[in-house]
Each structure stands twice: as C-alpha cells, then as structure tokens.
Ligand binder design. Structure first.
Ligand code: 13P
Length: 244
C-alpha cells in the first residue's frame, strides 16, 4: 500500500481549501492500493471532509487532545475530529514537539485516545540536525517509537520526518532515508510482533514532484507526508500519480 498525505499546517482559508478540493477532484483518479489524505486546519475540516471523503480520500486532524471533552480551552478532542469527518489524526509532528512541548508521554495517551475513537494515528518522528550531527538519529527514533511499548499494538501509520529537512528544501539523501526507514521497520516489527498490523512508513521533508519518484524507490518508503508542495492541487495530484 502507498500513502500520500497533505499536511496543510496553518495555511489556507476555507475559500482556498474549497478551491483546492474542487481542482484536485478534477485531476484525481482513485487508484487501487493508494491511500490519499489531507490534514487541514480545524476550521475547515468539515468542509474538506464533505468534498473529498465521497471519493475515498481520508481526512486527518493535525492534532487531537487525549481527553474526550472538558475544560481544555483551545483544544480539539478525538470525538470532535470524528464528528468533523476525520478518519485519522497526525500526532507528534515535529512542529508540535518543538513549539508546543509535545512529549512522548503525552503522545502515548493521544495514540490510545485516537484508537478509542476509531481514528488512525499518523505518528510523526524524526531527529533534529543537532541530534543527527551528534550521531543520535537512531536512538532518537527508537525513543520516539518506544511509546508503542506503552500503548500496545494497534492500527498506525508512521512518518519519518527529519526536522532539518522540513520546509528547508533540503531533502534527506537516499542513504539516510534508507537507513532510517529500515531501522523504523525493525522497531515496528519488535513492537508489533505477533500481530497482523501492517504499518506503512511515509517520508516527509521537502517532498516535491521532482524528488518523490526517487524516494519511492527506497525500500520501506511507502509514500509521503507533504507540506509545502501539498498546497498546490496540481503538484499534489502529481505526487499521487507518482505513487501509483
Ligand atoms: P515540507 O514538505 O514543507 O518540508 O513539510 C513537511 C512536513 O512537515 C509534513 O508534515
């Protein structure tokens, strides 16, 4: 299975989101074996869901709170994401870890909450440049995946996003991606031993139609989690086509 997911981050207004979806629908042919998703801002989750779910696209929240409801001003819960039409939720994006203090402990509770509300967690992991330079990349990935020891097994997608490759135009080299994805697969095999869960591992970080075909040739790269290039419906449709 291949997966291509657009992470729109804090971009677009509802009018632009509608225009994107309408343009995408005009250029999009559903293909067997390819899952396509969009993670819009909370304010137009409903709108995007109504437009793209009928043709089989998934809609992801960009974050979700572990509690189902209560006094958590500014937060959105997993059942609220479901109510807005989501089938999944991004968890642990490096921007959440960096700017909002998201910890592995909090992520373990969020993954469990997502499962409780029948949402597919897309868990994002990756090292900073300082960690890579210090030779800590694999240890960081091991640590970030160790939350699975606490959550236990369940349906999951993982995205490897080296922080230094996000929004920088500096894509990780093939050998770096190969090493990280092989390591992640080994860790997932360990955590999910004896279960039937098949976890696709997406690459994220400056993915464009120019770089995606080569990335897709790397073993264990099941697709992409795309930021900047996903804001252009033609580029996004091209990425989906390349995954086919
Ligand atoms: P860019 O594709 O803009 O580098 O962003 C990647 C990302 O963070 C996707 O979650």
């Amino acid at each position: 299975m291949r997966c291509v997911v657009a992470n729109w981050k804090m971009n677009l207004a509802s009018r632009e989101a509608r225009a994107f979806c309408e343009d995408l629908l005009g250029h999009f042919t559903p293909q067997a074996g390819i899952e396509v998703g969009i993670a819009p801002s909370f304010t137009f989750l409903h709108l995007v869901s109504e437009l793209v779910r009928p043709i089989g696209l998934q809609v992801f929240g960009q974050n979700g709170h572990a509690e189902a409801k209560g006094a958590f001003t500014g937060e959105v819960s997993m059942p609220q994401l479901r109510d807005a039409g989501c089938s999944g939720v991004l968890l642990g994006h490096s921007e959440r870890r960096q700017f909002f203090g998201e910890t592995d402990a909090a992520l373990a509770t969020k993954v469990k909450a997502a499962w409780q509300w029948d949402l597919l967690p897309l868990l994002c992991i990756g090292e900073t440049l300082a960690q890579r330079d210090a030779g800590q990349t694999l240890e960081v990935l091991r640590q970030q995946l160790s939350i699975l020891a606490e959550t236990g097994p369940g349906p999951l997608w993982v995205a490897y996003e080296p922080v230094w490759a996000i929004g920088t135009g500096r894509r990780a080299e093939a050998a770096q991606v190969r090493e990280a994805h092989a390591f992640i697969r080994g860790e997932l095999n360990r955590h999910l031993a004896g279960t039937d869960y098949v976890v696709p591992i997406l690459y994220g970080g400056s993915v464009t139609p120019e770089s995606f075909p080569e990335l897709l040739t790397i073993p264990e790269v099941a697709g992409g989690l795309v930021g900047g290039a996903s804001l252009d419906p033609r580029k996004f449709a091209e990425l989906v086509k390349q995954a086919g």
